[in-house]
Design a protein around this ligand. Structure first.
Ligand SMILES: [Zn+2]
Length: 279
């Protein structure tokens, strides 16, 4: 089981990933992790610069957002994260960003159609649109949970606001947020080319999603870097962004832990897929 100190470090490091992948500006965006076996979560402090985030600035709250340990106020989105944990026991991590392409779809009030195989893989469907909701009560959390209920997608576009992504752990939720922005950008570019952007047929989406969720990746007893963001894979216009120096060594430290906590539906599955396919 992750200790609280491990989770503070993991959540801190994952905030560096939001910066590294260009998902956040100034102090926007936040990551949280459920504390396994406890009615607690670890979340970013409110309004603290990304440069000043350290593991010991992370806030521990209960699942109603009340601070249990921390020197700062928790993220202003804490109530939404807490609502998700209370109503989705399968969720171990929640991420919120205003990443620009995905938020453009949210501003336009449009779900992202499942038009490319990467979406079939990761989301298994369109990325759905949730309701408009103001911060301050459970409205955002209710909208996230209701929209994702019975839906394969781990990400939702909250209308006129931004992205909320969930995962079996915080790293999986961050990956979903990164992939959401990536496909939002690609499908947007496809629209710019003109004409319809056709949704993939449902049978192909089902097959892509099943394969990716169940057999894709490396056997768990081998080093596995498939979920590790690779700067070489980043779009050219993001390559020159300064990486947060502090996140680099810590990032590597999270890997053994990640292998202990794969998403449940991939656990113990051998993988016949050669490395590099769909990477
Ligand atoms: Zn927001």
């Amino acid at each position: 089981m992750d200790t609280l100190d491990d989770l503070r470090e993991q959540v801190c490091v994952l905030h560096g990933e939001l910066l590294r992948w260009g998902l956040v500006a100034w102090t926007s965006g936040n990551v949280s992790a459920r504390v396994p076996g406890e009615e607690l979560m670890v979340i970013k402090p409110s309004g603290v610069s990304y440069d000043e985030l350290t593991p010991d600035t992370m806030i521990v709250t209960d699942l109603h957002g009340a601070v249990v340990d921390g020197r700062h106020a928790p993220s202003s989105d804490t109530a939404a994260h807490a609502y998700v944990y209370r109503h989705r026991p399968d969720v171990g991590g929640v991420v919120h960003t205003h990443s620009p392409y995905a938020t453009a779809w949210a501003a336009a009030g449009r779900p992202i159609p499942c038009a490319i195989t990467a979406m079939g893989d990761e989301f298994g469907d369109d990325i759905p649109l949730g309701p408009f909701a103001l911060i301050g009560d459970d409205s955002i959390g209710r909208g996230i949970v209701a929209t994702l209920s019975g839906h394969r997608s781990p990400a939702v576009l909250m209308r006129g606001h931004g992205v909320f992504a969930v995962g079996a752990d915080a790293r999986a939720a961050v990956k979903a947020a990164v992939m959401c922005e990536d496909v939002a950008r690609t499908v947007h570019l496809a629209h710019q080319l003109g004409g319809d952007v056709p949704r993939l047929d449902q049978d192909s989406i089902d097959r892509l999603h099943d394969r990716y969720q169940n057999v894709y990746g490396q056997p768990l007893d081998q080093p596995n870097r498939r979920d590790q963001p690779d700067r070489r894979d980043q779009p050219a216009d993001r390559r020159d962004q300064p990486a947060d120096r502090r996140t680099q060594p810590a990032d590597r430290r999270t890997q053994p832990q990640d292998r202990r906590t794969p998403s449940a539906d991939r656990r113990d599955r051998p993988d016949p897929t050669p490395p590099g396919v769909n990477a």
